[in-house]
Write a protein that binds this ligand. Structure first.
Ligand code: CS2
Ligand code: MG
Length: 403
C-alpha cells in the first residue's frame, strides 16, 4: 500500500495568495491539492498543518473515501468553508496520487471522457457599457463561445466584476477590507441595457452570462430575470443570497432566465433544497471549497437527477491546481454545463506548471497522469504570503450590505 510519509502546506503569493497541500507517499509519489480560500488563506493553512496533517502520516493513500469520512465526521464540527477547503485539498491530492500510480489522467478514473473538451466562459468587463462590449467582442475574437458581462454602474464609484486587469480579476485588493458603495436602484436599469447592446454587437451565437453577486432581494432578482429574458442569458448568477434556499422559489415563479448559484457553498447541504426543488439550473460549487472531488461527485449526482447542470466557479483566486482537477471532473461528469475560466497571472502559471490547454473557447485537462498540475516549490518560496482581504459593501446611506 502507498503509505503517506509526508504532507506539507505551501503558501505562496505569485500575484495573489495560494495555499497548496502536497502529500508524498513512501515510494516518492506526490499529489497536490488546492486549499485557497480568498481572504482566509492562513486559516485553512493552519487547519491543515495543526489538525489534519498529523492524522494523515502512516495512512494508506489509496483510501480516499475512508480518509474523507475520517476528516468530515471526525472533525465533529462539520462543514464550513475552512474545514471543507482543508478536506478538499487532501481529497484532491489523494486522487492525484491514485491516478499517478495507475498511470492515468484523472478523468479516466472518474469514468472516462463524456465530451471532447470543456466549454469555458471568459470575463468581459469595463467601466461603461461601451467598454464592456469592446471587451466582449475581443473575447469572441479569442474564440470564446461564452462570455460573462459585468459593467460599471453610472453614479457608483466601483462595482463587482469590473477589474483593473483585463484578463484576470482579483478582488482582494488590500490587507484590510476596502469599502465599496452599492445602489440596487442604480444597478437594476443598467444590466438590461448592457445585454441589449451585447446582443446587437455579438449576435445570437454566443452565450452571455451575468453575476449579480448576492446583491438582490428575491423580487429584485425576479425583476432582473424578467428584464433579461429578451436577450436569452445563459444564466443569472448569485441572484440573491442563498442561505435561505426557499428564496429562489419566488424568483422561479417570475422568470425563465436560468439561475446559477453555489460558489460560496461548501457542502451538498447548502444546495440540497435548491436542487431537490429544481430552483436552479446550474450548481457552482467548487472542488476546492466543497470537499474535493469525492464530495462534488455526490453534489453532481444529486444535480443530475434534478435537471441541474454543473457550472463550477473558476476565479483567479482558485489555483491552477483546482482548475486542473475541475477540468478532469468537467470532462467526465454527465451533466456538465460550463466551466468558469478566469486566467491566472503569468507568474502564477510558472509556479503551477499544468497540462491543461485552451483552444476555441474550451479547455482540455491533458493526458498527464494525475490531474496534471504541480507546484514548483523553489519558485513558490520566492513569493511570500501577503495579507489581502476581500472588500465589504455599504449602501449609499452607510448600511453594511452584501459584497
Ligand atoms: C465571482 C468571483 O467568479 C465569480 O463568479 O463571484 O470573482 C468571486 O467574487 C471571488 O472568487 C471571491 O474571491
Ligand atoms: Mg460569482
Amino acid at each position: 500500500m502507498p503509505k503517506i510519509t509526508d504532507a506539507k502546506v505551501i503558501v505562496t503569493c505569485p500575484g495573489r495568495n495560494f495555499v497548496t497541500l502536497k502529500i508524498t507517499t513512501e515510494d516518492g509519489v506526490h499529489g497536490v491539492g488546492d486549499a485557497t480560500l480568498n481572504g482566509r488563506e492562513l486559516a485553512v493553512a493552519s487547519y491543515l498543518t495543526d489538525h489534519v496533517i498529523p492524522t494523515l502520516i502512516g495512512r494508506d493513500a489509496h483510501q480516499i473515501e475512508d480518509i474523507w469520512q475520517f476528516l468530515y465526521r471526525g472533525a465533529y464540527w462539520r462543514r464550513g468553508p475552512v474545514t471543507m477547503s482543508a478536506i478538499a485539498a487532501v481529497d484532491v491530492a489523494l486522487w492525484d496520487i491514485k491516478a499517478k500510480l495507475a498511470g492515468l489522467p484523472l478523468y479516466q478514473l472518474l469514468g472516462g471522457a463524456s465530451r471532447s473538451d470543456v466549454m469555458v466562459y471568459g470575463h468581459a468587463n469595463g467601466a461603461t457599457i461601451e467598454q464592456t462590449i469592446d471587451e466582449a467582442v475581443a473575447y469572441k475574437a479569442m474564440g470564446y463561445k461564452a462570455i460573462r458581462l459585468q459593467t460599471g454602474v453610472p453614479g457608483l464609484p466601483s462595482t463587482y466584476g469590473v477589474s483593473k486587469d483585463k484578463l484576470f480579476y482579483e478582488p482582494a485588493d488590500a490587507a484590510l477590507p476596502t469599502e465599496n458603495v452599492w445602489s440596487t436602484a442604480k444597478y437594476l436599469p443598467t444590466v438590461p441595457k448592457l445585454f441589449e447592446a451585447a446582443r446587437k454587437a455579438l449576435g445570437d451565437d454566443v452565450h452571455l452570462l451575468h453575476d449579480a453577486h448576492h446583491r438582490l432581494t428575491p423580487i429584485e432578482a425576479a425583476r432582473l430575470g424578467k428584464d433579461l429574458e429578451p436577450y436569452r442569458p445563459f444564466w443569472l448568477e448569485d441572484a440573491t443570497p442563498a442561505e435561505n434556499q426557499a428564496s429562489f422559489r419566488l424568483i422561479r415563479q417570475h422568470t425563465t432566465t436560468p439561475l446559477a448559484v453555489g460558489e460560496v457553498f461548501n457542502s451538498i447541504w447548502d444546495a440540497k433544497q435548491l436542487i431537490d426543488e429544481q430552483l436552479i439550473d446550474y450548481i457552482r460549487t467548487t472542488i476546492v471549497h466543497a470537499g474535493g472531488i469525492s464530495h462534488l461527485k455526490r453534489i453532481a449526482g444529486l444535480a443530475e437527477i434534478n435537471n441541474v447542470k454543473t457550472g463550477f466557479h473558476g476565479a483567479t483566486d482558485l489555483s491552477p491546481v483546482c482548475m486542473g482537477a475541475a477540468l478532469h471532473f468537467d470532462l467526465w461528469v454527465p451533466n456538465f454545463g460550463i466551466q468558469e475560466y478566469m486566467r491566472h497571472t503569468a507568474q502564477t502559471d510558472v509556479v503551477f506548471p499544468h497540462a491543461y490547454t485552451f483552444k476555441d473557447g474550451a479547455l482540455h485537462p491533458g493526458e498527464a497522469p494525475g490531474h496534471g498540475v504541480d507546484i514548483d516549490e523553489a519558485l513558490a518560496a520566492k513569493y511570500p504570503y501577503r495579507p489581502a482581504s476581500l472588500p465589504v459593501n455599504r449602501l449609499e446611506d452607510g448600511t453594511l450590505f452584501n459584497w
